[in-house]
Design a protein around this ligand. Structure first.
Ligand code: NOJ
Length: 579
C-alpha cells in the first residue's frame, strides 16, 4: 500500500419491476438446509455480513447498539441468507476511533455488554448456522491500553519497547517526515520522557512494535482467546502497516498536499514491509488449527500486491479484500469488466465488497439520485454472482443511504473533524440500521448516536419485507439462488459481449462432481433500454434456450429461445442455460 488511509477513504467519499420467481421457489424453500460441502472450505461458499455494533440494534435503549441487540436480530440474518457476521471492534475502548482504539483485547466494552453476552451471541449464531468473525486490530492499541500506559511511564518500563519510541531528529523535530492517516506528523512528543511515539493513525492509537517477540506472543494469544470463545476467524485491520523501516528513513515526497495540508508522500518505509508476511503466516497457522478464516483489510494498488497477501503457498490470508474493485467509482460495465478480469488473472479466490464502514455507501456511490433502488439491485446482481466470497455491509440490502453531517459541530468521526469540510468523515455510512418505519427506524427508543436519514420511512426491513419489489426482497432471492447454484458457488467466470460499454454479461459455468450448470448473468448498467445479441461462448455452447431465474424487471415468459436479451434501464437478468 502506498496511499494513505485518508487518501484511500477519500477516494470513496465522493469519488424493477417484478421479480421473476420461476425456478427460485425451490431455492427459497431449501433455505433451511444450509449448503454444506465438506470438500470446500466453509468460507468459500459463505456470504459474509459486516455489522457495525454501535449501529445495528440497541437492546438497552441508550442510543447505541449492543451485543444483545445483534443476538435479537440473528433470525433476520439467517432468513436473509448470510452465513457469517463480522462484528467491527466491540472491545473496551475509549472510542476515539469508535473501537479501533482497543484498550483491552480480551473483553467486551460495557456499552456493548460483556463476555457472557458475547458467548450467548456466539451460541445463538451457531444454532442459526451463522459464524462469528471478530475484528482484530494488530497494528495499534489505544493510548489507554495498560501496555501503553506502562510504556509511556518511563524509558525503562517493562512495556517501553512494546511501542515505537524515538528521540527527535533534532530537538523539537519528529524523528522523520512520516505523516499520520488522520493528518499531521505520525509522531507525537510525550513530555514525560521527552521522546516521540509513532502512530500511523490517530494520536490516541500508538503503533505496537511487532519486532518485539513479547508483542507477537501477546497478540497471537489474543486470537487464541477468541477462538476458544467460538469465533470462526478475524477480519485483520490495517495489516499492511505492522512494520516500519528500522532506520526510520524519510518517505519520498510526491507533488502536492493532501486534504489535511500535509505533503503527499509515498509510504515506502512504513507500509507493506516484507516482514508483514511473516506475521500473516503465523496468524494463519493458528487460524488453521481452529478451522478459521482470515479476512484482510488489504488496500493495494495493483493485483500483484493483492496476490502476495494470499501467500506463495496459500499460507497467509485466505480472504484478502479486493478494494481495487471499490475504486471503480462509476456504474460502468467496461470498468467493472476490466477490474474483474484483473482479479481473475490472479487465479486466486476473489473477495468482493462494495461498501463498508470506511467508505460512502454503494447506494450513493453508484446511485444517480433517481434510480438508486434499481442500481442497488444491479450492484447486488453483480458482486453476489461473481466468483469468490462477497462481504455485505449492514443495511446495504435495504438500499440504506449515507447521511453525512451537515455541520462540523455534528461530526463524531475524528477523520471528519480533522478533514472538514473536504472530508466529512465516515459518520454518514455508519448510521443506525433501519428496522421499521416507526420512530428512530426501530433501532432505539432513545436518541440514536447518529441521525437516521429521512428515507428510513420507505427503506427499512419491515416495509421492504412486505414489498415484493424491494431491494431487500431482491437480495433475499439472489442469496437463496446463489446458495443452491453450483455454478454461482464454484463455476468458472466466462466474460461475454466484452465490447459492450453498457451491459456487463458473463456466464458462470460449473462442471464438477455435482450436476453441470451454466448460469448467464446480464447487467444493464446504463439508463437506457438495451438489446444485446449474446456472444457464443468459446466452448461452443449455445445460450439460446434459457430459463429465467431472477430478473429485476417484468418478464413475459421465463423461457427464452433466442440469442437476444432485451434489458430495461438499470436491470438484472439471471438465467439458467438449458442444454
Ligand atoms: C481501518 C478501519 O477500517 C478504520 O475504521 C480505522 O479508522 C483504521 N483502520 C484504524 O484502525
Amino acid at each position: 500500500m502506498v496511499t494513505l488511509l485518508s487518501n484511500k477513504l477519500c477516494m470513496f467519499r465522493r469519488i424493477v419491476g417484478s421479480i421473476a420467481l420461476a425456478a427460485l421457489t425451490s431455492a427459497v424453500q431449501s433455505q433451511e438446509v444450509r449448503h454444506k460441502d465438506a470438500a470446500v472450505p466453509w468460507w468459500k461458499h459463505a456470504v459474509f455480513y459486516e455489522i457495525y455494533p454501535r449501529s445495528f440494534a440497541d437492546s438497552n435503549h441508550d442510543g447505541i447498539g449492543d451485543l444483545n441487540g445483534i443476538t435479537s436480530k440473528l433470525g433476520y440474518l439467517h432468513d436473509l441468507g448470510v452465513d457469517a457476521i463480522w462484528i467491527s471492534p466491540c472491545y473496551p475502548s475509549p472510542q476515539k476511533d469508535f473501537g479501533y482504539d482497543v484498550s483491552n483485547y480480551e473483553s467486551i466494552d460495557p456499552m456493548y455488554g460483556n463476555l457472557t453476552d458475547f458467548d450467548h451471541l456466539e451460541k445463538t449464531a451457531h444454532r442459526d448456522d451463522l459464524r462469528v468473525i471478530m475484528d482484530f486490530v494488530p497494528n495499534h492499541t489505544s493510548d489507554q491500553h495498560p501496555w501503553f500506559i506502562d510504556s509511556r511511564s518511563s524509558t525503562t518500563s517493562v512495556h517501553r519497547d512494546w511501542y515505537i519510541w524515538r528521540n527527535g531528529k533534532v530537538p523539537g523535530q519528529p524523528p522523520n517526515n512520516w505523516i499520520s492517516d488522520f493528518g499531521g506528523s505520525a509522531w507525537t512528543l510525550d513530555p514525560k520522557t521527552n521522546q516521540y511515539y509513532y502512530h500511523y493513525f490517530e494520536v490516541a492509537q500508538p503503533d505496537l512494535n511487532w519486532r518485539n517477540p513479547a508483542v507477537k506472543k501477546a497478540m497471537f494469544d489474543v486470537t487464541r482467546f477468541w477462538y476458544q470463545h467460538g469465533v470462526a476467524g478475524f477480519r485483520l485491520d490495517a495489516v499492511d502497516t505492522l512494520f516500519e523501516d528500522p532506520k526510520l528513513r524519510d518517505n519520498p515526497l510526491k507533488d502536492g498536499t493532501n486534504e489535511f495540508g500535509d505533503h503527499e508522500m509515498i509510504n515506502k518505509y512504513n507500509d507493506n514491509l516484507p516482514e508483514n508476511h511473516q506475521v500473516l503466516k503465523q496468524l494463519r497457522a493458528i487460524a488453521d488449527q481452529n478451522d478459521a478464516v482470515l479476512i484482510g483489510e488489504t488496500w493495494t494498488d495493483n493485483i500483484n500486491q493483492l496476490k502476495e497477501y494470499y501467500g506463495k503457498k496459500n499460507d497467509e490470508i485466505q480472504m484478502p479484500m479486493d478494494f481495487m474493485f471499490t475504486t471503480v467509482n462509476q456504474l460502468s460495465a467496461s470498468k467493472f469488466r476490466e477490474q474483474i478480469a484483473l482479479q481473475e488473472s490472479a487465479k486466486e479466490w476473489p473477495v468482493y465488497v462494495i461498501s463498508n464502514h470506511d467508505m460512502e455507501r454503494s447506494y450513493n456511490r453508484y446511485g444517480d439520485g433517481k434510480h438508486n433502488d434499481q442500481i442497488a439491485k444491479v450492484m447486488a446482481g453483480m458482486y453476489l454472482t461473481l466468483r469468490g466470497t462477497p462481504i455485505m455491509y449492514y443495511g446495504e440490502e435495504l438500499g440504506m443511504e449515507n447521511n453525512d453531517p451537515k455541520r462540523k459541530e455534528d461530526v463524531k468521526d475524528p477523520l471528519g473533524i480533522s478533514g472538514w469540510p473536504e472530508n466529512k468523515g465516515r459518520d454518514g455510512e455508519r448510521t443506525p440500521m433501519q428496522w421499521a418505519s416507526t420512530k428512530n427506524a426501530g433501532f432505539t427508543e432513545a436518541t440514536p448516536w447518529l441521525p437516521i436519514p429521512p428515507s428510513y420511512t420507505t427503506h427499512n426491513v419491515q416495509s421492504e419485507l412486505s414489498d415484493p419489489q424491494s431491494v431487500l426482497q431482491f437480495y433475499k432471492k439472489l442469496l437463496a439462488l446463489r446458495r443452491e447454484s453450483p455454478a454461482l458457488l464454484d463455476g468458472r467466470y466466462i466474460p461475454l459481449n466484452q465490447n459492450n460499454p453498457s451491459v456487463l454479461t458473463y456466464m458462470r459455468s460449473y462442471q464438477g462432481d455435482k450436476k453441470a450448470e451454466d448460469i448467464l448473468v446480464v447487467l444493464n448498467m446504463s439508463g437506457s433500454s438495451q438489446s444485446i445479441q449474446l456472444d457464443q461462448p468459446s466452448d461452443g455452447k449455445h445460450l439460446t434456450q434459457r430459463l429465467s431465474l431472477l430478473t429485476s424487471f417484468p418478464t413475459e415468459s421465463t423461457q427464452k429461445y433466442d440469442d437476444a436479451v432485451v434489458m430495461d434501464p438499470y436491470s438484472v437478468y439471471i438465467a439458467k442455460v438449458v442444454r
